[in-house]
Design a binder for this molecule. Structure first.
Ligand code: GLA
Length: 423
């Protein structure tokens, strides 16, 4: 396409498409199959773990019965490998019948009956990343209609096997097609991940207008290396990424892998803390049927969740990288509160880090701090008070900080949404 027509197209699209349908004012929370269960098709030898309706029903049961739903975890999201290799006679996608004998509409009812929501996966290209049927441009409308008719509440739209021109046409078109169904469907776009994740290749203001969230970077794997690499990339590029986020528009550093095989307890704290700082989706990919107590406690930590879900929806930033390999992260929250995370990238022993709130740009005054993972409270903390935190290797100390005298209104005198964190 000629560059001028590309620009013209983008202008037209941004004039005609907005996806401000009130969904995802805070980052989505839920569960997705991919990182933990991949493309396991072997229901014969591995019936418990293969991609089948049983797996999603099991996870819906756990989510509804084990306290997840009450905490806000609500989406159960099917990833790749659910489809039959063939579309039906009407050209519609259909699930592989041996693994989804009841069909997706019935699975959606099962999930809705438990007060949860269903997400599904498709790909803006000739094939999905694992080689199942893709949603090429001419199929976008029919696929959106099919998903809506099944009662789908969330679409992850991947970008394998497509080129940048097709993506530029397809992602906005799918947004329009989802809107046109009349069903509120949250829309997760993998588009930026296929363009290197950064401007000028990625236009974050357009993305925010057409998608509720978007993958920017590589897939997460079950290792601390992978989590660390993601944190690093998002922080190194925070000047481009942080302003793109806000209510209804979120950066997605990918799934929570807490409860799997790759993270120590400290590293699991670190993922939860940094995902809260980044206002990231809290979408777990683990086996909810087999979680140990420490993973469960971290994922169900109410204050960490409340920080992630803060209603003003401002993404946090890395404030400091010390030579000692300690990093400090900060996120402003409603009601003049904030979150501080001290992350250690050291590999030796717990490190004593000395600082004060004033050194971390806090205004003069008295504050209280609540340690999110130990539950201890610090009162009478003056901005100038020097304090010391002990941070484990590859672990964090995570604080919820609030002024001793809470002001009811923000500095701009605008009332803020109610959001009580009960300590
Ligand atoms: C891509 C996506 C992953 C997952 C796989 C499925 O790699 O980034 O999140 O959906 O495809 O094939």
């Amino acid at each position: 396409m000629h560059p001028l027509s590309v620009t013209l197209f983008l202008v037209l699209v941004s004039l005609t498409v907005t996806l401000d349908n009130g969904l995802l004012r805070t980052p989505p929370m839920g569960w997705m199959a991919w990182e933990r269960f991949r493309c396991d098709l072997d229901c014969h030898d591995d019936p418990e773990n293969c991609i089948s309706e049983d797996l999603f029903r099991d996870m819906a049961d756990r989510m509804a019965e084990d306290g997840w739903k009450e905490l806000g975890y609500e989406y159960i999201i099917i990833d790749d490998c659910w489809m039959s290799m063939l579309r039906d006679e009407q050209g519609r996608l259909q699930p592989e019948p041996s693994r989804f004998p009841g069909g997706i509409a019935k699975l959606a009812r099962y999930i809705h009956d438990r007060g949860l929501k269903l997400g599904i996966y498709a790909d803006m290209g000739t094939h999905t990343c694992m080689g199942f049927p893709g949603t090429t441009l001419e199929k976008i409308e029919i696929d959106a209609q099919t998903f809506a008719s099944w009662g789908v509440d969330y679409l992850k739209f991947d970008g394998c096997y497509s080129n940048p021109i097709e993506q530029m046409l397809g992602y906005p078109l799918m947004s329009k097609a989802l809107n046109a169904t009349g069903r509120p469907i949250a829309y997760s776009c993998s588009w930026p991940a296929y363009l290197g994740g950064l401007p000028p290749n990625v236009n974050y203001s357009l993305l925010g207008d057409i998608c509720h969230l978007w993958r920017n970077y590589y897939d997460i794997q079950d290792s601390w290396d992978s989590v660390q690499g993601i944190i690093e990339w998002f922080s190194n590029n925070q000047d481009d990424l942080q302003p793109a986020a806000g209510p209804g528009r979120w950066n997605d550093p990918d799934m929570l892998i807490i409860g799997n095989f790759g993270l120590s307890v400290d590293q699991a704290h670190s993922q939860m803390a940094l995902w809260a700082i980044m206002a990231a989706p809290l979408i777990m990919s683990n086996d909810l049927r087999n979680l140990d107590n420490s993973a469960r406690a971290i994922l169900q930590n109410k204050v960490a969740i409340a920080i992630n879900q803060d209603p003003i929806g401002v993404q946090g930033r890395r404030l400091l990288q010390e030579k000692s390999h300690i990093e400090v992260y900060w996120r402003p929250l409603s009601q003049s509160a904030s979150c501080l995370v001290f992350l250690s990238r050291r590999t030796d022993m717990p490190h004593l880090y000395h600082t004060s709130l004033a050194k971390l740009n806090y205004e003069a005054g008295n504050y209280q701090a609540y340690d999110v993972f130990t539950g201890s409270k610090l009162t009478g903390l003056n901005a100038k008070t020097e304090f010391t935190v002990s941070i484990n290797p590859s672990g964090v100390v995570m604080w919820y900080v609030y002024p001793e005298q809470r002001t009811l209104h923000s500095q701009h005198n605008k009332p803020e949404p109610e959001h009580h964190i009960v300590l």
